[in-house]
Write a protein that binds this ligand. Structure first.
Ligand code: C2E
Length: 724
């Protein structure tokens, strides 16, 4: 629409003149023209006024909502030229709920009232949506109904409100506790999490000083440094001890910030914090686990080394001595193997408790693993003090413990090293205490010994022996000897037991007792055991093909060999290679192995049975046997330990044990072999008692192949004895 102000005077005149029909020129000029001129000017001023208004003004037809007129602010707000606004309907111009507004205006007018209606509408004008605060009113102009809409851009306010709402939501729902303080640090607002963490309700704490929540554990220096950081950076973060309403002290992680006004004056404090007690507990638990033995809860090797290092440092500084006690439990393995790991574990815990209970709190009791404990006696006055402690521990640890109906007792072997005299670093001290302990074991256990320098020589020898053993197979230094077993029922040679010998280049013949434990410890027994089995199977096949077609073979298997997944494959392949029938092979295992509940062992025992191999229990009667195991496992033979055979003629107890084992085997349909038969009388006694086989020096020592063949083919051989 053309504005009146834009028309030049002449044109305006023409226009007005044409409109005024029937008035004479003169009369018009005289009577109406000044009046008209005045009205037009007013109209023009009014128009300019509307256009100057910052608010949008729309005149819309009702009920259609078509814009009849609009001011400049409307065009600007709608982001359209004015003539793009006029003539358009409100909904087309992007007004949300235009229909509702129009209906309300019509309704209001119809009901006789015409109050202003307030609406907040969204306006989809241009790219960015805007918001308007609308004041609407219906107006009847000369009988025609119009709507007058005054609108103010509320986009910024709506956005600010929405931001505020969001902030309020975040504040309320935050899992972190939030406290807002005024410029003097008095609480003016808290959120729900604050209430949940501290136990205080909102109303209780309003106006409290913020420092009321900090525990008195902190010294003034702590607050000083926090204040300095706040001053410099407007924020501070750190760990803090706080106190809940129930007086519980707990750790929290706090972020404190300052809010300043435009002149830089502190207006508010905002404290955001989270309860980190759980995290701290977890950290402490992990820390504890990393430094303590899982089973006994005692310090582990890491912590032990740490304490040992500290003792060494103080010893260097102030010259005080301390003692390292290396404690190993005698024959613990037998208990573990025979009664199971559960009983073994409980015994270890009981020993740990006893050690802890008998020593000073300043001393360290650690578990190295297995049945080894280490005690650090800090600051000792002299050797007599250590002797007194060792004697006390010897008697305390050997007191019996009662578990699940078993009365168990173990004795300790204790090796002592004095720091820093016997070593200036932790490794050396531990090694020397270990060496001393080893000497106790060799001397017969259940005692203590101080480290001496000569002990080192012995250990070096052992290490050398282990090194040599590694090469023994490839250097062809090993040999299988065979010891005959006599059939006591029919006479004659029933079987041979394969027994390993080592021809050491410097030491000469080394017996198994001196190297099998080393081989087991280093797991060298696995390849060596395989070599023995293959060699013995080949030899048996040769003998069976020749002079002794009925001969059987007994081979020792170490528990360590049962820990290799390939054991069954190795046995099968040794049999296949030699062409032997599995029934002729007897594998000797210890009683303890049957009590080993490890899957690998149980599976291997079952597989051996399935193959048809006979299992023989070596040294029967010396371990913690349970008859249940004899039933449960595919045992075919018991070997009476030679300690019972040795004195059976003199000792009624030993004779009774031999009789009982023979009777037991009879009932369970097992074969019995008596070991260590050295006298003809023993042999006769065993035969009388119903023992199936005998083995011992009387019938032949373990021998090389040649020696055995010579011995058994001679007149004084086993056969002649057997027929005696
Ligand atoms: N005093 C006395 N002793 C007798 C008599 N008859 C036999 N012996 C000895 O008793 C041991 C019997 O073997 P073991 O109980 O299986 O005990 C064996 C066995 O447990 C182990 N061993 C030997 N060879 C092997 C092997 O190839 N593998 C494994 N894993 N262990 C083996 O070493 C142990 C000791 O073997 P050796 O020194 O050969 O000792 C042999 C044998 O020489 C006797 O009448 N009187």
């Amino acid at each position: 629409m053309l504005k009146l102000s834009e028309l030049d005077d002449e044109l305006l005149w023409e226009l007005q003149r044409n409109r005024i029909i029937g008035l004479g020129e003169r009369s018009f000029r005289k009577n109406y023209y000044p009046q008209l001129r005045c009205s037009l000017s007013r109209l023009e001023r009014f128009r300019a006024l509307l256009d100057c208004a910052g608010e949008m003004i729309l005149l819309v037809a009702l009920p259609s909502g078509q814009v009849i007129d609009a001011n400049a602010a409307a065009a600007e707000l709608l982001d359209l030229p004015l003539d793009g606004v006029i003539g358009q309907r409100l909904d087309v111009l992007g007004f949300s709920h235009a229909e509702v507004i129009l209906a309300e205006l019509v309704g209001e007018q119809a009901s006789g009232g015409s109050p202003s209606l307030h609406h907040e509408v969204a306006l989809q004008a241009g790219d960015a949506p805007r918001h308007l605060d609308l004041v609407c009113r219906a107006a009847d102009l000369d009988g025609v109904l119009y709507g007058v809409l005054l609108g103010r851009d509320a986009t910024r306010r709506v956005a600010a409100e929405s931001r505020l709402r969001l902030a309020a939501r975040v504040f309320a729902d935050s899992a972190e506790g939030i406290l807002v303080g005024d410029r003097r640090g008095r609480v003016v607002e808290i959120n729900h999490a604050f209430e949940a963490i501290t136990g205080y309700a909102r109303d209780e704490v309003m106006g409290w000083p913020m420092h009321a929540f900090v525990s008195s554990r902190h010294d003034p220096g702590f607050f000083r440094s926090a204040r300095q950081a706040l001053k410099a950076d407007n924020s501070w973060q750190g760990e803090l001890w706080s106190q809940r309403k129930n007086r519980e002290i707990y750790p929290l992680w706090l972020s404190l910030s300052l809010i300043r006004d435009h002149r830089g004056r502190v207006q508010n404090f905002v404290a955001m914090f989270s309860d980190i007690s759980e995290r701290k507990e977890n950290e402490a638990r992990i820390q504890h686990m990393a430094h303590h033995d899982f089973l006994t809860g005692l310090p582990n090797r890491f912590l032990l080394i740490d304490r040992l290092t500290q003792l060494l440092a103080t010893a260097r500084r102030d010259g005080r001595r301390f003692a390292v006690l290396f404690i190993d439990l005698d024959r613990f393995k037998t208990i573990n193997d025979s009664l199971g790991h559960r009983v073994g574990d409980r015994l270890l815990c009981a020993i740990g408790e006893r050690l802890r209970g008998r020593l000073r709190t300043s001393d360290t009791v650690a578990r190295q693993g297995g049945d080894e404990f280490i005690v650090l006696l800090s600051y000792i006055e002299g050797p007599t003090e250590v002797v007194r402690v060792c004697n006390m521990l010897l008697s305390a640890l050997s007191e019996p413990c009662l578990f699940e109906g078993h009365e168990l007792s173990v004795t300790p072997s204790i090796g002592v090293a004095i720091g820093p005299d016997d070593g200036t670093d932790s490794d050396t001290l531990l090694k020397h205490a270990d060496l001393a302990m080893y000497q106790v074991k060799r001397r017969g256990r259940n005692d203590f010994e101080f480290f001496r320098n000569e002990m080192r020589v012995h250990v070096t020898t052992l290490l050398q022996l282990e090194r040599d053993l590694r090469h023994a197979v490839e250097r062809d230094e090993l040999e299988v000897f065979y010891q005959p077993q006599m059939d006591l029922r029919r006479g004659g040679l029933a079987a041979v037991e394969a027994l390993l010998r080592w021809h050491h280049p410097e030491r000469g013949l080394v017996l198994p007792g001196d190297f099998i434990p080393l081989a087991e410890e280093s797991r060298l027994i696995v390849p060596i055991g395989e070599w023995v089995l293959r060699t013995a199977c080949r030899q048996l096949a040769a003998w069976r093909a020749g002079q002794w077609p009925e001969l059987r073979l007994a081979v020792n298997l170490s528990p360590v060999q049962f820990q290799q997944a390939e054991l069954i494959e190795v046995v099968r392949s040794a049999l296949d290679d030699s062409g032997l029938d599995p029934e002729v092979l007897e594998l000797e295992v210890t009683e303890g192995l049957l009590m080993d509940n490890r899957d690998l062992t149980l599976q291997a025992l079952a597989d051996l049975k399935a193959m048809g191999i006979r299992l023989s229990i070596d040294d029967f009667g010396t371990g913690y046997s349970s008859l249940v195991y004899l039933k449960r496992f595919p045992v075919g033979q018991l070997k009476i330990d030679r300690s019972f055979v040795r004195d059976l003629l003199e000792d009624r107890g030993d004779a009774a044990i031999c009789e009982t084992i023979i009777a037991l085997a009879g009932h369970l349909d097992l074969e019995v072999v008596a070991e260590g038969v050295e006298q003809v009388e023993q042999l006769d006694w065993l035969r009388e008692a119903g023992c199936d086989r005998a083995q011992g020096y009387l019938l032949g020592r373990p021998m090389s192949v040649d020696a055995l063949e010579r011995r058994l083919s001679g007149d004084a051989g086993l056969l002649s004895l057997g027929s005696a």
